[in-house]
Design a protein around this ligand. Structure first.
Ligand code: ZN
Length: 301
């Protein structure tokens, strides 16, 4: 399964490059994204923190209008599966949040109540931060999605900054008119508890029209994590790996289909061992990619 997927992805990248499909400002992508030029920065910036960066498949430098593509055979003319799709990725927290409590403690309106602009996130007993984990998985995920032709919008481009506020994160993805979006986190639960949980929005006004699609996407994320990773459903939080949350800005303020995933429990030694492993982070990203492809290209439900 894994090898097959990678082979397909590689084939798609090659076909995409030949066809100039990676241009992020063509066709529907440009129409749906009011700030189409912003995609240039989202496609190539912050390709990862240190080792294990995902392959930078952004073909931004390729000739989008290469006349040579006119000679392409039918075999390479099919668009990649996520062409004209925009995906929002919010890697929770930020590596610099620890250093600026004045900034992250400012109060913002999350759609139902005031809460902190951002938080530091949790970390493992060994000091591996959630912010770093979130950014690594997000970077791998972005690489996978770009390889499949998607335009990707990230809410932060490194793990060394502060913020942005959770309200700004929601706004960045809303403004990009993402077709779907995911907030990536890992939990700081009781040390005895294991597993992932998918957090889904509750209707509160701004998000009213995306509740159904978000729930469907949540089911895809849950199924992909169970199928493609060894992380079990949470045994301490939510039910069957799912929970509704009405107190998070990222879900309350979203106008695009979105869920938040707690990929595991950093306080649990077994989960922590998995979550800090680059190979497992890649595997998580691959599962999330599969969920996004299933949601965006699967049959209408
Ligand atoms: Zn978090």
């Amino acid at each position: 399964m894994r090898v097959t997927w990678r082979s397909v992805a590689v084939g798609i990248v090659v076909a995409g490059l030949l066809a100039g499909c990676g241009s992020t400002v063509t066709g529907a992508a440009a129409r749906t994204g009011s700030t189409a030029t912003a995609s240039a920065s989202t496609g190539s910036a912050g390709a990862g923190s240190g080792s294990g960066s995902p392959p930078n498949a952004s073909p931004a430098g390729s000739a989008a209008t290469d006349p040579g593509s006119a000679t392409a055979s039918p075999a390479v003319s099919a668009p990649p599966p996520l062409a004209r799709m925009t995906v929002g990725i919010d890697p929770g927290h930020n590596g610099g949040n620890f250093s600026d409590p004045g900034f992250i403690d400012q109060q913002v309106w999350n759609g139902r109540e005031n809460e902190n602009c951002d938080t530091t996130g949790t970390q493992t007993a060994g000091g591996y931060t959630e912010a770093r984990f979130n950014f690594n998985v997000a970077s791998y995920l972005r690489g996978d999605l770009v390889a499949l032709g998607a335009r990707v919008v990230m809410t932060r481009h490194s793990n060394s900054g502060v913020g942005p506020c959770i309200t700004t994160r929601a706004e960045i993805i809303n403004r990009a008119h993402a077709n779907v979006a995911i907030d990536i986190h890992a939990d700081g639960g009781p040390p005895s508890g294991r597993g992932f949980t998918v957090l889904e929005p509750v209707a509160d006004g701004p998000n009213d029209t995306v509740i159904g699609p978000s729930v469907r996407f949540g089911a895809d994320v849950r199924a992909a994590l169970l199928k493609d990773t060894s992380m079990p459903e949470s045994d301490y939080y939510g039910r069957d790996g799912l929970i509704l949350r009405d107190d998070l800005a990222g879900l309350n303020l979203t106008t695009v289909p979105k869920v938040l995933v707690e990929c595991g429990n950093m306080q649990n030694p077994v989960d922590a061992r998995l979550l800090t492993r680059p190979s497992f982070q890649r595997r998580l990203a691959r599962a999330l990619t599969a969920a996004i492809v299933a949601y965006l290209t699967g049959p209408v439900r």
